[in-house]
Every structure is written in structure tokens, then in C-alpha cells.
Ligand binder design. Structure first.
Ligand code: C2G
Length: 153
């Protein structure tokens, strides 16, 4: 039986950085389990999510190479999960480097470089720019309102 790999994340607004992480994680073994952070756990993480857990977990479950999705409800469930699923490798992106080294007593811990220039935060910012109205148009609209107010006074 090949190695079992596990990784955890929110996977909000699923993007190429998430995909590349999951692809590289799967390449380290034969079975990939993904713990998707529940909405409640994200509150504990202080992380606002746009897409609810049901949808985030369904998207991840349907990514090629993902064999099994479990809810991530707490920081300390990793130890139980590693034992329960007989995990050989825990994989996390490099922004977590060092945070899970204590688990290397029970499995290999691998940190993979994050994918550059993409994050849920950046996506949200570009969405705001995408939908916002240019300042000039707002000023123009107020000028038109002033003209109409004078017309009808
Ligand atoms: N990631 C990446 N490159 C990016 C963005 C994210 O490699 N540009 C990786 C992260 O390092 C993480 C995974 O993709 O390993 C999921 O990222 P998030 O959804 O942001 O996960 P996070 O909120 O960091 O939750 O217990 C661990 C936590 O649940 C991780």
C-alpha cells in the first residue's frame, strides 16, 4: 500500500495556488486526504470566508487526486487524524513552515512553497476593483443630480 498524505486548509474561492498544493501533495503518496476547515473553525482562526463549508468541501472532494475529504474542526485534530487514517505525510504550504514540526514524531512533515501572486485575499481585492464604480463616474452622477435639482426647484 502506497503512502497516505494529508493536508488541511480553508480552500475559500478555490484557486490555482490551492490546486498546485493539492497536486504536489498527491505526488508524495498514493492516497490524499484533505481536511477542509469548517465555517466554525475558520471563526476560531479569525478567518472570514466567502464560500460556505458545504461548497468548499464539495469543490475539494471533486479535485482530481483528492481521495477523501474530512472536516477540520480544531487545531489539535491533526494528531487523531494522522493516527486514525494511518497518515505517512502531512503537507502544508510554506506559510505554515515550522508550525507543525511537532508532528514529525508521528509522520513526515513537508512544507511546500506557496504559489506566488495568488491568494484569496488578493482575489477579494481584485473583485472589489472589478465591481467598483470609477470616481469620475460618481462625481459626474452628483453633478447631474445637482442640475436636475435646479431644474425642478
Ligand atoms: N497555498 C499555496 N499557495 C497559495 C495559497 C495557498 O500553496 N498561493 C496553500 C496554503 O499554504 C495551504 C493550502 O494552500 O497549505 C490551503 O490554503 P488556505 O485555504 O489559505 O488554508 P489556511 O487557511 O492556511 O488553513 O490547519 C491548517 C489550516 O487549516 C490551514
Amino acid at each position: 500500500m502506497g503512502k497516505t498524505v494529508i493536508t488541511y486548509g480553508t480552500f475559500d474561492m478555490f484557486h490555482i495556488g490551492h490546486l498546485k498544493l493539492l497536486q504536489r501533495a498527491k505526488a508524495l503518496g498514493e492516497r490524499l486526504i484533505v481536511g477542509v476547515s469548517t465555517d466554525e473553525f475558520n471563526k476560531q482562526k479569525g478567518k472570514k470566508v466567502l464560500i460556505p463549508y458545504e461548497q468548499r468541501s464539495e469543490v475539494v472532494a471533486n479535485i482530481k487526486g483528492v481521495d477523501f475529504v474530512i472536516p477540520e474542526k480544531s487545531w489539535d485534530q491533526k494528531i487523531e487524524d494522522i493516527k486514525k487514517y494511518d497518515v505517512d505525510v502531512l503537507v502544508m504550504g510554506s506559510d505554515w513552515r515550522g508550525k507543525f514540526d511537532h508532528l514529525n514524531k508521528i509522520c513526515e512533515v513537508v512544507y511546500l512553497p506557496r504559489t506566488e501572486n495568488i491568494s484569496t485575499t488578493e482575489l477579494k481585492k481584485s473583485l472589489i476593483n472589478f465591481v467598483s464604480v470609477p470616481k469620475e463616474d460618481i462625481i459626474k452622477a452628483f453633478e447631474v443630480i445637482e442640475v436636475l435639482k435646479r431644474e425642478f426647484e
